[in-house]
Ligand binder design. Structure first.
Ligand code: GTP
Ligand code: MG
Length: 197
């Protein structure tokens, strides 16, 4: 069923380990390059227009943002990586905190690793996958902005993603294909999330 607005709430934006909410319920996180569509996907999945701020401005989400669904699940919008225009020191700090969070978060059930369908899995994404594999964190590739490509192009992107995760022990074998704008693959992604609860 559709969630009511009152059942989806912003909890807080966090900038350091001390700020994390207690790990008292299952948690899922959305990771990916700046501008890949993390905030848009969270908004589309949970029927809130501006729950997570989406913008055309890369690097906008600079904190780890926590939302709660029916008080039963934390949904986490991670800062985008690979945003070249931010000062290097700032980028390193996000990366550091994000990695520390990822490694230490005991209630984190799965990381959804978003990949722009038009770009495919890039070197930076592979680096992040390595981090997740080393931390033995269950993660799943979610291709975004599927509305931008033709069917034949999508088939190729999916094939490439299958190859990219082949030797990655912590990667979930099922590649998800989504569009927040055209409502593609959202019920399937929701089903993946519900199955974790
Ligand atoms: P950061 O917070 O900067 O890391 O970005 P983000 O990953 O949260 O991306 P965001 O959701 O802000 O979206 C970035 C841009 O992509 C915006 O201009 C969105 O409108 C656009 N976008 C997001 N999802 C889709 C989609 O499914 N289809 C299309 N065509 N555009 C999308
Ligand atoms: Mg964002």
């Amino acid at each position: 069923r559709k969630l009511f607005a009152s059942e989806v709430n912003f909890v807080k934006g966090v900038v350091n380990m001390q700020g994390l909410p207690p790990a008292d319920r299952p948690e899922i996180a959305f990771a990916g390059r700046s501008n890949v569509g993390k905030s848009s996907l969270i908004n589309a999945l949970f029927n809130r227009k501006q729950l997570a701020r989406a913008s055309g401005q890369p690097g906008r989400t600079q904190e780890i943002n926590f939302f709660t669904i029916l008080e039963a699940l934390y949904v986490v919008d991670l800062p985008g990586y690979g945003f070249a225009k931010a000062p290097k020191a700032v980028v390193d700090k996000w990366t550091n905190f994000t990695q520390t969070y990822l490694r230490g978060r005991t209630n984190l059930q799965r990381v959804f690793l978003l990949i722009d369908s038009r770009r495919g899995v890039g070197d930076v994404d592979r680096g992040i996958m390595k981090v997740l594999d080393r931390a033995a964190l269950n993660y799943q590739i979610v291709l975004t902005k599927a509305d931008k490509l033709k069917k034949s192009e999508l088939d190729k992107v999916i094939d490439d993603a299958v190859v990219a995760i082949k030797k990655n022990p912590a990667a979930h074998p099922r590649i998800m294909l989504t569009s927040a704008e055209k409502n593609i693959g959202l019920p399937e992604l929701k089903a993946e999330i519900v199955a974790l609860l």
